[in-house]
Structures are given as structure tokens and as C-alpha cells.
Ligand binder design. Sequence first.
Ligand code: CDP
Ligand code: MG
Length: 742
Amino acid sequence: EEEKYVEVDEREKVPHSEQRKWEEEQMSSAQFRFGAKDAAKKRSQEDYDMILDDEIEFIQALQKPGNLKKDDIEEISETMKKKMSIEDTKKSLPIYAFRDDLIKAIKEHQVLIIEGETGSGKTTQIPQYLHEAGFTEDKKKIGCTQPRRVAAMSVAARVAQEMGVKLGNEVGYSIRFEDCTSERTMIKYMTDGTLHREFLSEPDLQSYSVMIIDEAHERTLHTDILFGLVKDIVRFRTDLKLLISSATLDAEKFSGFFDDAPIFRIPGRRFPVDIYYTKAPEADYIDACVVSVLQIHVSQPLGDILVFLTGQDEIEACQELLTERSRRLGNKIKELLILPVYANLPSEMQAKIFEPTPPGARKVILATNIAETSLTIDNIIYVIDPGFCKQNNFNSKTGMESLVVVPISKASANQRAGRAGRVAAGKCFRLYTAWAYAHELEECTVPEIQRINLGNAVLMLKALGIRDLMNFDFLDPPPHESLVLALEQLYALGALNHEGELTKLGRRMAEFPVDPMMGKMLLASEKYKCSEEILTIAAMLSVNSSLFYRPKDKAIHADTARKNFNAQGGDHLTLLNVYNEWAQSDYSTQWCFENYIQHRSMKRARDVRDQLSGLMQRVEIKMESSPSETINVRKAITAGYFYHIARLGKGGQYKTAKHNQTVTIHPNSSLFEELPRWVLYHELVVTTKEFMRQVTEIESKWLLEVAPHYYQARELEDSTNKKMPKVVGKSKSQLAGAAGML
Ligand code: CDP
Ligand code: MG
């Protein structure tokens, strides 16, 4: 079965010199404007190996199951041991030698760019150094943004542990729908999106003494917008320190943007990584991953494996295959621990990936892009890189947004490979050809701001009082047409008036940490007297990706259980059913178990619902319910999502209402076999086809009721008129020109 795969070591090999060259270029071009003399302090490899042994020993001692539940005396001694070892671990990080120089540089300069290899200790150590240096006096906080929620949570947990405090007290995190901070919090990790929102309530960031924009190289939409906002703030808040921290590569560019702010480079420690390519492209990279893992496991010395996949679905599929095949091999092979890491991973499982591998066993971590730079997992020796990631893409011509699996960039590929060389010489197996690497991969990933829907960002900027978006200080400006489209969408949703100013509705929409369409749906529920139902649907939509549980051996039962929830009208109402029945069971865990539903997803939906409910009160929406009335609920959904409409055409194919793009109902939808004439979808996911996920049946005439300025009766007639309907209302250019919208 495995014959078609070349043994890992026999694959086309590119010695680490290529990798080295890349590293060296980086280091030699580095002007060590700070800390140059400390480069000499770099530890020798022997030093490092020694520290590493200690580190491993410490972690093993620390992680023995149940060591926190021992009786008091033992617990104290354990804590002592832990403290000691934490000190050692902290000292072993590359950043440690630069502690004093770094603090000095921060004191001297208001804005500093910090560049250092992933895993050098930037995220976990810098806030602690700043705290020790007195930056949290006068009740001021140190803020640190992360592009990913798992990273914010996990890093905060680690730092709380290092400082010996309870997470949520002195050290906390804040992510969308979850605030784990208190009055006492001095070090606060948060997602970049959360900080973006904080500007609404605290436009001068007065409660912070230092703000760290971390992982700046990721160039997420929120990070990019934060650059412009913080650059403006440091001008009048001369006491605020701003640190822009990034893994590699972009430091010069950041420095230029921030008026030539100095760059502080932390030299990395990297062991050589050999890179292996496949001789021919892989048809099925999941399968290729599984085989490569097993090949490494049986033929290569011990050391953990990191596999990069694109999302939870792939990770679960790969986990299942690996589990099954390694079980079949039985005790012919050593123990293989398979651990997933992705955005929605529950926090109790997040800790698992940092636990040390038991002696004689091997850990294989199946991760999304999150392990590329945001999270460092120690002791990875082998990296398997299929060369793909999931991207949120947006077509500004059709206004269609979708999640697409795309090839990664060379910069990403090199970051991924680098993960194998952190603790020892490593190997990276690329599941693509050397030719593909050289000719098919882009140099760098295009910043998010240039490829996604800007509706949310524009709404937030408008709410912050920024009128002139065209002249906003962007590091890289978004394409003109994306801005125009965002303005158009917000206008169609009623958030902006024809002069591009925020309306009352828009102001209320900006209160919700959700995209404008969902915000509009929530607000529209008032008119349709179904805010209770819409609130539940909004909460469920934000967790739906991991709601139903489908164990392979009980697939039939699980499918039957799922079908029982199917509601007339579609998936949104099905989600409502699930939540309501769970609520009736008094939020029972047992109920979830019996119905093959993930309890933790439901718990999260309940939290999200509570939060949204608080916001509904804040914007003074009357909470009403119309339990037997599904038309109003569906109309309220349509009032928000009228951009996401498709109609059934000839040959049983759906086409989007405005742009005639072919789309398909996802097989998981309750409407998969029903094929209603008009449907609304929550999102588009592109895999083998453009799939609509979370689909609800609507009536075309509702569109005239909820979006009269966007649809006209003619284009909703049920003829199979193939012509592109004209955009009604104001034309694009008219809109863009409309007094100062841009
Ligand atoms: O930010 P940077 O990539 O420079 O490094 P870091 O995230 O501060 O990581 C420093 C060290 O902390 C690494 O050895 C990580 O493995 C460790 N760490 C951890 O043990 N648990 C976490 N939740 C996060 C980091
Ligand atoms: Mg970091």
C-alpha cells in the first residue's frame, strides 16, 4: 500500500546550505544598532545542550500527572522545583542575554522595532522584563497583541505560570467574547482585533504604558490597521512606549513606516535543517503526510514531528488515519502520540501540546499555520510541510468572500522548515517538488488587507471618527476597489448614509464584535420581534464548525441524531432548535452526549449569547420572542445577509443572485436534498467546489422588503434570465464620489 511513496531519506534532498544562506543573508545584513557587542555572548552549542537537558528534565518533573494534587508539603517542594527550573528555562532563551540592552533601548526610544527568530522569547519574556523594570507602576498595563486567539490564551497561561500567578489576575488575556483579565491585570495579551475594539472605548490607550504589536510580520488586517492607529497615538502620548515585534524579514519596512524607528535585533539560534522534496507532486497530501509520519517513525532517530495542515477538518482526518494505521502496526512500532492544534482547540487540550514526550515515544503534532510562528513547541526535529494553508479570500469584483486552500509562500515555507532546527539539527520534508518551490510559490504572503473584505474594518474606522479613509496611514494601502466595495456594502446595510457618514444604525452595529452582516441581522431582529431567536442563531453561528460529533463507529446513530434537529426552513433554524432543546434540558452535558453534540461548543455558544445579549441591552434593543413564527426570524437573517443569496437555476445548479457564480449546498446542510428555489447562506467554503455552508430557504420578495436599495423586482423574477442584473441604487462611481466617502 505504501509502495508509491519514496522512503523519506531517499527523497530529493537540498542540503541545509540553502537554508543557511537565507539565514546568513539575514544576519549579515543586520545592522546591530543595539546589542552588537552581545553577539559575542552567544552561547556555544555545548552550553546550549546542557541547558536543554536541564530544561527537559525540569519539564518532565513538572508535568508528571497529578503533581499538583499531592498533599501540601510535597506541593510546596514541587513548586520550589518548578520555580527554580522556570528560572533556568527563562535564562536559556536567546533573548535573555539582551535583557538589559533591550530595556535600555526602550527607555531611550519611544518606538522600537524588535526582530528575533521564532522561539527566542519575545512574546513571553519582553512583557515580564518590562514589568520588572517598573513599567507597570502607577497602575499602568503592558499590552501585547497576537493575531491568533489560541496564541493569546496559551502565551498568557505560560507567562502566568512563569510569574507564579493565577491566570486572569496579574497576567490575563482578552479575546473576542472572552475577557480573562481583572482590575489587577498588569500584563495583558489580546488579539489584535480586541485591541482594535478597545480604541472605541479608550482612544488614547490611556491605561497602557507599553503596547507591543507582536507577530507584526503576520500582517493580519487588524494588525495593519493598528499600525496606523498607534502611529497616530504616540505623537500625542509621548509617555507611551510602542514596540513592534516580528519574527523576521520585515523590520526595515516597519522601521521606515514608524519614522525610522531603531531596530533591535535578537540573534537567533538555529541548527541546520536539511530539506527534502518529493520527486513528483502529491495527489493526496493528507495520505502523503500519514505515510511520511510513519516512515519517519520507523526509520529515523527519536524526535518529535510537526505536520502543517490547513484546518480542523484536515487535522481530524489525518489524526484518524494515523491512529488507525499505527494501531494496525501495533507493537511493531514505538509509541506515537498524536496531538492536534488549531484555533478552536479547547484550552484544556492546548496545554497537552507543551507536555514533554514520554521516554521512548514520539510526539506528532498536527497543526495549522498557528505553529508556523505564533506558537513554539519545543523538541521538534522533523517538519512535514504539504505547502498549503487556508486563506480568507475576497473577490472585489463579485464581492464574494470564501475560505480557500492556497499554496503557501516561500517565506512561510522557510519559517516552517526553521521549526525543525530549534533544538538540534533537523529535517524538513516538503511534500512538493523542488521545482514547485522555486517556480510556483510566491516570495511572501500578500497582506490580508489587500485580499479580504474590508467591511468590518471600514465600519470600525468610521466609528473611530476617521472620515478620510483614502488618506489613512496604511503600511500597504488596500486596493481602491475593496474600499469602495466595503463602503457600498455598508451603505446597502444602512450603516452609512449617502455621504459616507455613520448612521445611527451603523453606530449601533459597530458596538458588536461581529462582521457588519451579522451586526445588521442582530439589529434587524428588533423590527421582526424575534431578538431572542436571532441572538441564539448568531451565537450558534460563531461556534458551528465544531458542533456535531461523529465518531466513526457510531456514524449512523450520530447522523440520525443530527437529522432529528432538522428544522423546516434550513440550517439557521436547525441551530436554533439544537440550542433551545439544550436549554430545555437545563444545559445538560448528558443531553449533549446522547445527541452527539459537542458540549464545549454549546457552552461557548451560551457564553457568546450572554455577551451579545449584554450588547443588545446596551444599544437598547427590546428582547422579544416569536417562537412559532419562523418567517420573521428568516426575514431578520435576510436583512443582514442579503448579499449571500443564491437561486436554483437550470440543471439543479445554484447561482449567486447578483453575480451568477455557481455555488453548491454543502452536503452537511439539511437542505442538501431539498433544493429550494431561493436560499441564503452564511459562508462560502471552497474545497472541491464552492460550497454554501449554513443554508436557509427564503422568499425572493423578502429581499425587496429588507434591501430595497440593493435588489429590484425585475432581477428577482423567477425567469432563468442569464443576464447580469444591473446594480441598482447609486452606481459604484457615484457612490465613491459621494461627498468624501473615501
Ligand atoms: O515570541 P517568540 O517566538 O520569540 O518566543 P516565545 O513564544 O516567547 O517562546 C519562548 C519559549 O516559551 C519557547 O521555548 C516556548 O516553547 C515556550 N512556551 C511554552 O512553553 N508554552 C507556551 N504556551 C508558550 C511558549
Ligand atoms: Mg512570539
